[in-house]
Design a protein around this ligand. Structure first.
Ligand code: NAD
Length: 376
């Protein structure tokens, strides 16, 4: 079944059944060379991003992962190397392993240490794309822990211009905070420091849609709403969110996430020459129960959330059905998408091409089907 095309007449969205798509993604990663466990974790993460409404970090990333693997930049079935271990402080190296697996290993260790010591500081360096960072904060939340994550990203070319500049100098460096609550839904702040995530520009381009005003400049530094300027040569750039504020937070993510963990920053001398995405992340994970403030935290958190929600609404609030809390849009999206995910024709064609590339490289075995065959 097709959803209506965008207002600007962009391609229609197809309703792809979620469970068969998850099975197809697992099959693809197994065919690429992942263990069954790694393939399942990767499918859980990518489909989970689509379910959360972040198509930028969902199955649409698969062609990038396949290219990076075939180029020898992303490695499969990697165990993390523990480089520094003082008990509460850890630095681990992901060896360019697939991020969905190495970040899970790293976060599992950090959660163990936060449980043992009350707080853990984790530096994860040299991981391939670790996807939707909210996924890692949710791991901490599920363990009853607060997670604060500063992440840098690096690709062959930077994609975000600094505030006051027109040349791309860094990537979309996300900042993420997860706060568990005993008496209510967790709070989950998780966003790129660019005005929009780069993958959202890819999704918009594939769907033939414009990007929001103020989010993109062309190669000459002129504002535009055409996402294609980010993918054509010479390339334009994304702008940071909230002017100097997103710019300043992106710099902090780069220095804490990459420089301090022993990774490298995305400056010209360090840019990779092969396709793929490098992520480095500094995470602070702690047990709020150890602060002994549980009852007053719950009272204040609930009271404050209610107070904020009690504001009179403007047009945005009316359209949203109220003032939302960070993490709420993702919960709404999961409820709406549980059975079917909307994917546009360009993304489906790119997934089919990725499957063909895996089939061609593998040579033997049952070929992966075209994902469009999943649509009833
Ligand atoms: P976004 O602009 O959609 O913002 C999402 C955040 O804002 C969430 O915390 C959400 O709950 C909150 N939010 C949205 N509407 C809200 C409202 N009305 N009221 C209150 N809170 C609201 O996110 P984005 O910048 O497009 O980032 C998307 C994803 O991309 C994130 O999951 C991020 O981790 C990921 N990302 C990853 C990388 C990487 O290198 N791995 C790089 C950039 C972004």
């Amino acid at each position: 079944m097709a959803e209506p095309a965008g207002d600007n007449g962009g391609p229609a969205l197809r309703d792809v059944p979620t469970t068969p798509l998850h099975g197809w993604v697992r099959q693809l990663f197994e065919a690429l060379g992942s263990s069954a466990d790694e393939a399942r974790l990767t499918a859980d993460h990518l489909i989970g991003a689509n379910l959360a409404g972040h198509d930028s970090h969902g199955v649409g990333m698969i062609p990038t992962y396949v290219d990076a693997c075939h180029a020898g930049h992303l490695s499969l079935n990697r165990e993390i190397d523990v480089i520094v271990d003082t008990g509460a402080m850890l630095v681990v190296d992901g060896g360019m392993g697939i991020g969905q697996s190495v970040a899970r290993q790293a976060m599992t260790l950090a959660i163990e240490r936060a449980n043992a010591h009350g707080i853990a500081l984790l530096g994860l360096r040299n991981a391939h794309h670790i996807g939707r960072i909210g996924h890692w904060a949710e791991m901490a939340i599920e363990a009853g822990l607060v997670g604060i994550h500063f992440t840098n990203a690096m690709t062959t070319t930077p994609v975000v211009a600094p505030h006051g500049g027109i040349d791309a100098r860094f990537v979309t460096n996300p900042f993420t905070v997860g706060i568990p609550r005993a008496d209510g839904e967790p709070i989950l702040l998780d966003f790129a420091t660019s005005a929009i995530a780069h993958g959202k520009a890819r999704v918009a381009m594939n769907a033939g849609r414009a990007v929001p005003e103020g989010s993109v400049i062309d190669a000459a530094g002129r504002p535009t709403t055409d996402p294609r300027v980010l993918f054509d040569e010479p390339g334009g750039a994304l702008r940071t969110f909230a002017e100097h504020k997103g710019h300043a937070l992106a710099i902090v993510c780069e220095l804490l996430g990459a420089a301090l963990t022993g990774g490298v920053t995305g400056r010209d001398a360090n840019l990779p020459d092969r396709p793929g995405i490098v992520n480095n992340m500094l995470a602070i994970v702690f047990d709020p129960a150890r602060l002994g403030t549980g009852p007053s935290f719950e009272r204040e958190a609930t009271g404050f959330v209610d107070w904020v929600r009690s504001s009179r609404l403007d047009a945005i609030g009316e359209a949203l059905g109220g003032v939302l809390m960070p993490g709420e849009p993702e919960r709404r999206s999961r409820a709406a998408r549980a059975r079917h995910l909307p994917l546009d024709d360009s993304t489906l064609a790119q997934l089919a091409a990725a499957a063909e590339a895996v089939n061609a490289r593998r040579g033997s075995g049952v070929p992966l089907p075209d994902p469009r065959s999943l649509i009833g």
